[in-house]
Write a protein that binds this ligand. Sequence first.
Ligand code: CA
Length: 253
Amino acid sequence: MAQRPEAKARRVADDPEGPSGVAQARVLVIEDDTDIRLLVGRELRALGHTVDAVGLAEEGLFAARATEYGLMIVDLGLPDGDGLDLVRELRRRGIAAPVLMLTARRKVEDRVAGLSSGADDYLVKPFALAELRARVAALLRRPTRLRESRFAVGNLVVDCDALEAVVGGVSLPLARKQFRLLELLARRRNHMTPKHMIEEALYGYDDDVSANSIEAHVSKLRRVLRAAGVAAVIETRRGIGYRLADGEPPRDG
Ligand code: CA
């Protein structure tokens, strides 16, 4: 990360007031063609989604690491990198949101390469907006790795449908925020979860989050896990974040 895409990536087109009652997703669009980027963004916002749009692979990687997206739309040919490499990198970092690749290339080999790199679907430019809408709707409906609802980490089972964490048949006494924290860490098990991602998962945009509140939640959660005899541990990487480790060597960093 040599430059500073932060502000742009985080704040572009953030519209918290979409129409209520619509199944909304937060969507990241990574596309350097301004016309297409604006068009896709406008279309998705009209459907009630929140859209962050960037034009560079580097900005896209930053945004995807900072925010949990329900869907990412990635152009294959970006000025500072290949969209396929970007998707591979996202997957390597444990980011499992569905990816719709956009490309002007029509060859079948490209389609196969795109899908095997971790993209979930493919849209060839130029595309009709109706087709974009259909693909987006299908990907948002499709259960993804991110939306798995049960995670086993060592002897701990986190059941996101039952809102329950269980060890040896016993349900752990967790407050709501502690459960959400555990759920997030379990989804990203063995990967580092940055602090700001935890803040976004636990708090709304308008909440005041004190510097120590995440640490306080983590230390309470640790106490509960230890008391219940959970084998997995929450590791701290100072200034960066936390990792729920089941004993495997770290894959990040
Ligand atoms: Ca392009």
